[in-house]
Design a protein around this ligand. Structure first.
Ligand code: ADP
Ligand code: MG
Length: 726
């Protein structure tokens, strides 16, 4: 059998052109509707009934479905299946089982057959007790359960010549607690759908049946020469460079951005895209990003559940394909000091069952009214819950990225665009006498039919920008799973919709004109929440002051940001929308704090190792060499210069020795696993940061003053610029 890629490989020389994408798109996926169409009528009806009433299917139906899936997967060459899920550590997890069963255990007739039952499909019990639970599982019930999530397609992963059927699943504890990022996402979609439909019915969309979030993820990443990455302990263990003098070129010329894509990278992208198409992932855009060796890919937007799964799958595929090309694909948010980091812009919108984008200003006054109503509710959601939304995006890597080099700042604000702000502001005319009001309001509403889409918003550093027909959340880190922050955004909007609906109901009692009540709601929501809006320079100190005055919180560190999860008043909306119980919120806080602290500890231990193994010996060699030259120096001016140079080296040398001594205590006594308390983590961070910052500056100075012969670590120069040459 040909390998995946070969069968669709780009043509070279006389080989025929490859197939158009539409001919193989999604060939490694199986959707529920494809399964349904192959079921016998009895099982088909049972499945339909269960989907309508959100119930479990009969064992007989489950077995029939499993049979269809097994046949499909085996016909595609799969030997194994796994429940594929997204635990709270932010990664994806899989435990493979072969499709085989013994027909009999007798020593005479031990025949193997291919088997896959309904029970195996619907539920798995990976003994996943080492995956984080944030304290929700005590040892006696440490098991987690995986259950098939049929909203997402089944897919086959090809790796190292093997093929494995992946069953997208949720991962829950014994009492149904969410141990993963997928469960809250599914719950949030349901909550949002319920609230949005009720709200829209009141606004006048009486026949609305479904509302769901859409998501398009712009994924940034670095591609580096894997041979060089292997020589950097920091990139291997901490995913970022802990030392490294900034190269003299840096991204000064910005000549990489949107430039022609190097041939080797294009070959990687091409194979990556072909693989993703076969998995039903509609990759659309590829280009160079601002930092040297930085790139971006973006698929066409999809239902948020699919888009979230697809992003996780895509990241795995990208790492694997890069490897085959001798490249390392890095998603860490800030791998290099001094150049841009990587984000994952989440373009989020709402669609209804007719396929209309509810954030698209429409063609009729009613569509415009609906548009303004939804936007004003979203503003309320973002303004009231921005702290929890920000917390959901915090991580060690993102804390290093945010606030610099074109990344959004840590203060959350929203950019609406001047034109749209004016439309909202014009609704204040409502206060004027009613005869005039009516005309002016109508004018305001019809005016926005001509709203031009503000795609290229001038403010690249806004954490959340309305870009014409969607909100773009730009703070999400490149390595993060989108499922979690998007669950929080969905929950916030669902909660705001509920409150807005209650308010609208009471306004409607006061007037017989529905539009008037809706306009009153829009006007009030906008006026109450417009303090979240900001269109100026988000980096300026004036904005920092102004934001403080408006009560917008700035969290410079992950732990400061996460601490809001301990405040029940702030997180209540998650319980109210049934997206996360208070126990589940606390678990997430714990898991994130633990991950953060462990990352700090890995960074500090790795930094020490590198200083001892590489930097100090290099400095010692240089000292010896320079001292030997000094002994031979003849002129006094040369002696003077050399002595000065040796003094500089000695200063760096003693700085390095001191730093290592200072860090030793922290490395030998990490924080105990019970106490990832806020103050313990914050003390650890503050104290070790002070030491490691100084250590880094000495190491970077050392890199500049020692001979290339003594410097064994690949430098920024090589890491960031060399893969373009081959
Ligand atoms: P730009 O950001 O330059 O406006 P696009 O409009 O192409 O570029 O969008 C960038 C990303 O936003 C793409 O991934 C795209 O699929 C996604 N996107 C576009 N429309 C929507 C929508 N209605 N909902 C969610 N994502 C969307
Ligand atoms: Mg964009």
């Amino acid at each position: 059998m040909k390998t995946t890629y070969e069968s669709h490989a780009p043509s070279t020389g006389n080989k025929p052109m490859r197939l158009p994408v539409s001919e193989f798109f999604g060939e490694l996926t199986l959707t529920l509707s494809q399964i349904r169409n192959r079921l016998a009528s009895e099982e088909f009806l049972d499945l339909q009934k269960c989907l309508d009433h959100k119930k479990k299917v009969q064992p007989k139906t489950a077995d029939a479905i499993a049979q269809i899936i097994k046949e499909w997967a085996i016909s595609k060459g799969s030997t194994h299946f796994c429940h594929w899920f997204q635990p709270m550590n932010g990664m994806t997890a899989e435990k493979h089982d072969a499709f085989i069963a013994m027909q009999s255990t007798s020593i005479h007739v031990g025949t193997v057959i291919e088997r896959f039952s309904g029970t195996q499909l619907v539920q798995g019990e990976p003994d996943a007790s080492s995956l984080p639970s944030g304290g929700m599982r005590s040892t006696f019930e440490a098991r987690g359960y995986t259950a098939w999530d049929h909203t997402s397609s089944l897919f086959i992963v090809e790796n190292g010549g093997t093929r494995t059927l992946c069953i997208p699943s949720v991962f829950v504890g014994f009492h149904g607690q969410a141990l993963d990022n997928k469960t809250p996402l599914l719950r949030s979609v349901e909550a949002l759908n319920d609230e949005a439909c009720e709200f829209l019915k009141l606004v006048g969309d009486v026949d609305v049946k479904e509302v769901y979030p859409t998501l398009g993820v712009e994924q940034e990443y670095f591609l580096l020469e894997s041979e060089l990455v292997r020589q950097r302990p920091d990139l291997l263990l901490a995913k970022r460079t802990l030392i490294g003098a900034v190269s003299s070129r840096g991204q000064k010329l910005a000549d990489h951005y949107f430039g022609s894509i190097p041939e080797r990278v294009l070959a990687f992208m091409d194979e990556m895209e072909t693989t993703l198409y076969r998995l039903g992932i509609p990759v659309k855009t590829r280009h160079n990003e601002v930092a040297p060796s930085q790139y971006e890919m973006a698929p066409i937007f999809e239902h948020v559940i699919l888009a979230a799964d697809h992003n996780s799958i895509a990241m795995e595929v990208m790492k694997r394909v890069a490897n085959r090309h001798g490249l390392a694909c890095l998603f860490y948010e800030k791998p290099f000091a001094g150049v841009n980091g990587s984000g994952k812009h989440c373009n989020w919108s709402l669609a209804n069952d007719k396929g209309e984008n509810l954030l698209d200003p429409g063609r009729t006054p009613h569509q415009n009214l609906r548009f303004l109503a939804i936007v004003s509710v979203i503003l309320k959601a973002l303004s009231e819950h921005h702290e929890v939304i920000s917390a959901s995006m915090m991580s060690r890597g993102n804390e290093l990225r945010l606030g610099f080099n074109e990344a959004p700042p840590q203060i959350f604000s929203v950019y609406l665009g001047q034109e749209l702000e004016q439309v909202f502001e014009s609704l204040t005319l409502l206060d004027k006498p009613s005869s005039q009001t009516k005309r002016d309001i109508n004018l305001g509403i019809t005016q926005i039919t001509s709203l031009t889409r503000d795609y290229a918003d001038g403010n690249r550093t806004s954490p959340c920008a309305f870009t014409g027909n969607k909100f773009e959340f730009r703070s999400v880190g490149a390595a993060a799973t989108v499922a979690f922050p998007m669950s929080i955004v969905n929950a916030a909007v669902a909660h705001a919709l509920k409150e807005a609906k209650d308010r609208l109901k009471s306004y409607m009692k006061e007037t017989s004109n529905r539009d008037e009540a809706v306009i009153r709601l829009i006007h009030e929501l906008y006026q109450e929440n417009k303090s979240i809006l900001h269109s100026g320079n988000s980096y300026s100190s004036a904005w920092e002051e102004e934001a403080k005055r408006r009560g917008l919180v700035e969290s410079k560190t992950t732990y400061e940001g996460l601490s809001v999860l301990l405040d029940a008043r702030e997180t209540n909306f998650l319980a109210q929308t049934k997206v996360l119980s208070s126990e589940e919120v606390l678990a997430r806080y714990r898991v994130r704090m633990e991950q953060y602290q462990k990352r700090l500890e890995i960074e500090n231990a790795t930094l020490s190792e590198m200083i001892v193994e590489y930097v100090i010996p290099a400095v010692e060699h240089q000292l010896q060499l320079s001292s030997a030259v000094l002994e031979k120096a003849l002129t006094s001016s040369l002696k003077k210069d050399l002595s000065k140079r040796i003094e500089d080296i000695e200063e760096v040398y003693s700085g390095l020795l001191k730093g290592i001594r200072d860090l030793k205590n922290f490395n030998e006594n990490p924080i105990s696993s019970e106490s990832y308390e806020l103050h313990a983590v914050s003390n650890y961070h503050a104290e070790t940061k002070a030491i490691s910052d100084v250590l880094r500056s000495h190491a970077d100075q050392a890199e500049r003053i020692v001979s290339g012969d003594f410097w064994k670590l690949p430098r920024y120069r090589e890491l960031l610029f060399s893969h373009r040459l081959r």
